[in-house]
Design a binder for this molecule. Structure first.
Ligand code: PLP
Length: 397
């Protein structure tokens, strides 16, 4: 990290997953570190170099960067003031559209970040049940309530949180039953490297009901990607609360906690509020995003282009078995699993040197701006990068 020098941003950047050691396994002068602009599925770094991108703002962009319809809506909202003293008309309008598209959401609140909306969901579950314990499955953000161990988090808080294993119905049942009448909620991500098994989803629903606890789906990555209504729409489960973010406003800061009106009514018994939750630039972005999502059937596009990518990755995994262990994820969010960290870092760097930003771990995302030809071109670059790393690896042995 020598080249980075002593920067004014502690830890290099405010988004952990954009650190060079996460993206590339380290930093050297050949790698892109800071960006200047993005459009469609292209990104330009601080040196003016152009890249084809699959990071897609960590899944926050599904229509492509600077999608024209979103840009027009956002510019208009900025010109209309962007924020003011009253609740904006758009707040109720976007909420109504979300309820129409996702009938399992009866009421909602808007916030800015996924972590914040997840914390609101857990607070509402605690209000509704009068209980404190929470079980989670997946990544739910950086806030205190979901850290099982972390410096700086009070031990009393970590003690209230536990984890259930993804797709393991027996162990999940056991953990929910042993939390018993102390359990406020089970929160889960619907996709963790694999789709959810119906038997696991059934246990989550039945056992939370049996325990008198709430089921909260963390759809932050999956909404407007697996389907407009995320995993709930694709896999058919019906949680008590849903949390959404990322692609919902195509990269503008907006998150939602919503669900059964009875549970959302808990807002009158606790304090969930944020000054800029009602800025309406992001609400305008969300409305435009939802229009494009529905009008152009974007999830179907992501599934077909992502499916093409996934099968191409499988062929590459076969061909480059010395470097690649296999393919993980689903069509809409996938990655290659490498034999070790050094190899994964070498492939990421070899991709970047060929103008491709392709993550070495969870996840790469396609967007409306990627098409079959983009994916074919990408697979060609990946093939080259993997061949170069294989050669280097052979030479080193
Ligand atoms: C499933 C899931 N939940 C919660 C979060 C946290 O969201 P944010 O980073 O917007 O706070 C993320 C972010 O990656 C996520 O993928």
């Amino acid at each position: 990290m020598e080249r980075l020098g002593m920067e004014r941003i502690a830890g290099f950047t405010s988004t952990g997953s954009k650190r060079p050691e996460v993206l590339f396994g380290g930093a050297d002068s050949s790698l892109p570190l800071r960006m200047a602009a993005s459009s469609g599925c292209r990104v330009w770094d601080s040196e003016g170099r152009e890249y084809l991108d699959y990071v897609m703002a960590l899944g926050a962009v599904a229509l492509g960067y600077a999608h024209p319809a979103v840009t027009v809506a956002v510019v208009k909202a900025v010109q209309q003031g962007g924020v003011g003293p009253l609740a904006p008309v758009l707040e109720e309008e976007v909420a109504a559209e979300i309820c129409r598209l996702m009938p399992w959401v009866e009421q909602m609140r808007f916030l800015k970040t996924g972590a914040e909306a997840m914390a609101a969901a857990v607070r509402l579950a605690r209000v509704a049940t009068g209980r404190e314990r929470v079980l989670g499955c997946g990544y739910h953000g950086w806030l205190d309530w979901c850290q099982s161990e972390s410096v700086g988090v009070p031990a009393g808080t970590t003690a209230l949180y536990g984890e259930v294993p993804f797709n393991d119905p027996d162990r999940t049942r056991e953990l929910i039953r042993s939390a018993g009448d102390r359990l406020a909620a089970v929160v889960f991500e619907p996709v963790i490297l694999r789709p959810p098994d119906p038997a696991w989803l059934a246990v989550l629903r039945e056992e939370t009901e049996r325990a008198g606890a709430l089921l909260v789906a963390d759809e932050i990555k999956t909404v407007c990607r697996l389907a407009i209504g995320g995993g709930a729409e694709r896999y058919g489960y019906r949680p008590d609360l849903v949390v959404m973010g990322k692609a919902l406003a195509n990269g503008f800061p907006l998150a939602v906690v919503g669900g059964r009106a009875e549970v959302m009514g808990g807002v009158s018994r606790t304090w969930i509020s944020s000054t800029l939750a009602t800025e309406f630039v992001s609400l305008a972005a969300a409305r435009a995003t939802l229009e494009v999502m529905t009008g152009q059937k974007v999830p179907a596009h992501l599934s077909s282009v992502g499916g093409h990518l996934l099968s191409g990755l499988e062929a590459l995994a076969q061909r480059h078995g010395g470097v690649v262990l296999g393919v993980r994820g689903i069509a809409e969010m996938c990655f290659l699993e490498y034999r070790d960290q050094t190899l994964s870092a070498r492939v990421a760097a070899a991709c970047a040197s060929r103008g491709l930003l392709f993550k070495r771990g969870a996840y790469n995302f396609v967007s409306l701006a990627h098409d079959g030809a983009t994916v074919d071109y990408t697979l060609g670059l990946l093939d080259e990068a993997l061949a170069a790393v294989t050669q280097l690896h052979r030479g080193a042995r």
